[in-house]
Design a protein around this ligand. Structure first.
Ligand SMILES: Nc1nc2c(ncn2[C@@H]2O[C@H](COP(=O)(O)OP(=O)(O)OP(=O)(O)O)[C@@H](O)[C@H]2O)c(=O)[nH]1
Ligand SMILES: [Mg+2]
Length: 205
């Protein structure tokens, strides 16, 4: 198929390496470059990972927000590692669990020399939260490249969707080019994100 020839991310081999549950806890002993997926709980991180990998359930998808509690590592083609971070800022989980994400995620971000960048996911239906802004500021501070994916675009028609994307980009003072509208449901943006990811992984090699 023609589409295959332009696919920047063809998964020939996929292995779930394990989960990191605490800053001092287990993490993969690997020299491969990593890209991590971050965003508030329920934004669609696990779903987007599955869409990228073209696997139905590589990363677990939750009906119950806040399901992904550990940092999950997936090795792809023995070439790089995709990292599914726990969601932050879900209001209905207990207060102490709400604050849990910060040390774990920040600890991971600070102690990952092979981390090439992040995909930050934002829900098309919501305004960016304080946590989203804090995450962007943290990444800018750390000098980590960030791709912003606007998720669940299937909830909008094309004109309304484009309006949402522009509004979110403006609210966060991002260039429109930094932002990729996606839908795990329809596959929108999958190939664009795959090739942006490939570019990110190719940097510094
Ligand atoms: N309509 C629509 N729903 C989506 C899309 N992506 C994810 N969802 C739904 O959103 C919910 C959360 O999806 P997940 O992929 O588990 O989100 P997550 O960010 O990994 O969630 P946590 O791991 O809990 O932080 C699920 O009910 C998904 O089916 C999408 O592109 N479109
Ligand atoms: Mg998840």
């Amino acid at each position: 198929m023609a589409a295959d020839r332009t696919d920047a991310l063809i998964v020939r081999q996929l292995e779930f390496l394990g989960g990191m549950a605490s800053v001092d806890g287990w993490r993969p002993d690997s020299l491969l470059p990593e890209v991590a997926f971050a965003g508030r709980s329920n934004v669609g991180k696990s779903s987007l990972l599955n869409a990228l990998l073209r696997r139905r359930a590589a990363a677990r998808v939750s009906r119950t927000p806040g399901r992904t509690r550990e940092i999950n590592f997936f090795r792809v083609n023995d070439a790089f590692i995709l990292v599914d971070l726990p969601g932050y800022g879900y209001a209905r989980v207990a207060k102490e669990r709400q604050a849990e994400w910060r040390p774990l995620i920040e600890g991971y971000l600070k102690s990952s020399p092979r981390l090439r960048g992040l995909v930050l996911l934002l829900d098309a239906r919501r305004e960016p939260s304080d946590d989203d802004r804090a995450m962007l500021a943290f990444l800018a501070d750390a000098g980590l490249p960030v791709l912003v994916a606007i998720t669940k675009m299937d909830k909008f028609g094309s004109a309304a969707g484009e309006e949402r994307v522009n509004a979110i980009a403006a609210a966060l003072e991002l260039d429109r080019e930094q932002v990729v509208p996606v839908s795990a449901r329809t596959g929108l943006g999958r190939d664009e994100l795959a090739s942006a990811l490939a570019d990110l992984l190719a940097q510094g090699t």
